[in-house]
Design a protein around this ligand. Structure first.
Ligand code: PLP
Length: 495
């Protein structure tokens, strides 16, 4: 499969090149040239293991080009991809299942947070370093790779965990100094691997993200290749497609649905990567009904689905679901490309950059709304939802998941009978908010680290082992800079 830029179809590269560079030279994002050949064998789904599903998705998207070092036969390549998946996943997810499906009330919750950093980003970032290393080998590239990542909290820790000590790769993570939870920050700044650097930015996530984008478009170092671990990288998006198929298989196995029945997915959304993976799954043949994008009070996306106007000229709100505190959802660009084509997409993106908004044509919005819809949930409702679900079902969910649960409830009337809500983080990762929701008095005057212990004692739920003892983890990174200093910092390292 070849990959093209969302802003210019003529920019066409191999899968290896798309993974390695992360973003197209014109600032566009890479998308598959066509979905015609990307047909998942859904009739075999019920017999496939988790790793086989992941391997199949990777084979469809990236196979047949020598990326995995095997060109002899399709069967041999598939076996190699399965090995790559097993190396990335086996033994790294508590309980063994990368994505357990749990029934909670009228919904099925797909728990994606059992990996090393207790958020769903592990699913992709366990695999990305392997895809990147394979891409370098396939292209014969020996230069060092420098991964630049902007994070609202979870990408940073998952990327650091995935790339720590990977040979030939350095990683710099930029995070908003006051925009993450204390647990998220400690997870990042306690990573001691030699090839890692973690930097706080005086600003919000969008500042960090636009700073990184700016570096990509203005720096072209000779000896080092810059790349990205953000969901603008197609290698990050691909592994996320698999768990939509996996959820569907589990519903089939449990007799909850019959083959071919459509299922809706409700997704806590920030950068629009996770939900876009659901769109890819649908284009690859999965029986997806609607994809519901759930926002917090930074409701740019839910407003967009209502009006067709994407407008970031508004106040940025810090919420209790910080991983979704985003105004510029980068991956929406890919959806816009599929609906409107490259030249329109280019125009919309330059309007967004120059004027702070763009407006879809009516027909384009209608096309999107055949598959997508959006809703939002503020902090007050987020806490009330955590409390209600805990009282009614004995189920503890985090703030991001709660946003999606609430939006699912709000939109219930337009949804299919069966719906899956993606659970993107462990409740222990946002311990203080979750404790406040279920016991306001117990949460007073304590920090997030103490809240973890109290939450565990109060609910009997087990804290993920990676978060246990996080408060005693040694801080290895203390640098805090202005956004305007980001480029100079990177420049110093690459020339
Ligand atoms: C990153 C993240 C999201 C948003 O996912 P996107 O792919 O950026 O839309 C939601 N919840 C949690 C916990 C996250 O870490």
């Amino acid at each position: 499969m070849k990959y093209i830029s969302t802003r210019n179809q003529k920019i066409k590269v191999s899968a290896a090149e798309a993974i390695l560079s992360g973003i197209a030279d014109d600032g566009g994002l890479f998308v598959p040239e066509s979905f015609e050949e990307l047909v998942f064998p859904t009739e075999r789904l019920i017999k496939m293991s988790n790793n086989e599903i992941s391997a199949k998705v990777l084979e469809l998207l990236f196979g047949g080009e020598g990326l995995f070092g095997v060109t002899a036969s399709q069967e041999e390549e598939f076996e190699r991809i399965k090995e790559v998946v097993a190396e990335a996943y086996d033994g790294y997810f508590e309980g063994g299942d990368i994505a357990p499906l749990v029934k909670v009330g009228d919904s099925f919750v797909l728990e994606l947070h059992h990996g090393p950093t207790a958020a769903f980003k592990d699913v992709a970032l366990r695999l990305l370093p392997r895809l990147l290393t394979a891409a370098k080998k396939a292209l014969g590239e020996t230069a060092k790779t420098l991964i630049l990542t902007a994070t609202s909290g979870d990408t940073g820790s998952a990327a650091l965990s995935g790339f720590a000590d990977v040979e030939g790769v350095d990683i710099i993570v930029f995070y908003p100094k006051n925009g993450t939870s204390a647990v998220q920050e400690r997870q990042m700044v306690s990573v001691s691997a030699e090839n890692t650097l973690v930097v706080g930015i005086r600003g919000n996530f969008d500042d960090a993200q636009s700073g990184v984008k700016e570096i990509f478009s203005s720096l072209s170092p000779q000896k080092v290749r810059l790349s990205s671990a953000n969901s603008i990288n197609i290698g990050r998006l691909a592994p996320q497609i698999a768990y939509y198929f996996k959820a569907y298989r589990d519903l089939l196995l449990r007799g909850e649905i019959s083959f071919g029945e459509r299922v809706d997915f409700v997704v806590p959304t920030g950068n629009f990567g996770d939900i876009l993976a659901g769109y890819f799954a649908r284009r690859m043949g999965l029986f997806v009904g609607k994809l519901i994008s759930a926002s917090n009070s930074n409701r740019v996306l839910s407003d967009f689905f209502e009006s067709g106007v994407y407008d970031i000229r508004r106040e940025f709100v810090l919420t209790r679901s910080p991983s979704m505190d985003i105004l510029i959802s980068s991956n929406l660009e890919r959806l816009i490309y599929f609906v409107s084509g490259d030249s329109e997409c280019r125009e919309y993106m330059s309007s967004l950059k120059e004027k702070g908004f763009f407006t879809l044509e009516k027909g384009e919005l209608a096309k999107i709304k055949e598959i997508f819809d959006g809703g939002f949930c503020d902090d007050e409702d987020t806490l009330a939802t955590i409390s209600d679900i805990y009282k009614e079902n004995g189920y503890l969910c985090d703030t991001h998941t709660a946003v999606a649960m609430k939006v699912a409830e709000k939109l219930e009337k337009e949804l299919c009978e069966k719906r899956v809500v993606l659970s993107t983080a462990s409740p222990f990762k946002f311990s203080k908010s979750v404790l406040k929701a279920i016991s306001p008095s117990l949460s007073e005057n304590i920090d997030e680290f103490e809240a973890i212990d109290r939450l565990e004692a109060l609910t009997g739920n087990k804290c993920p082992s990676s978060l246990k003892g996080i408060k005693d983890a040694k801080v290895c990174h203390e640098l805090v800079i202005d956004k305007s200093e980001m480029k100079a910092l990177v420049e110093k390292r690459v020339v």
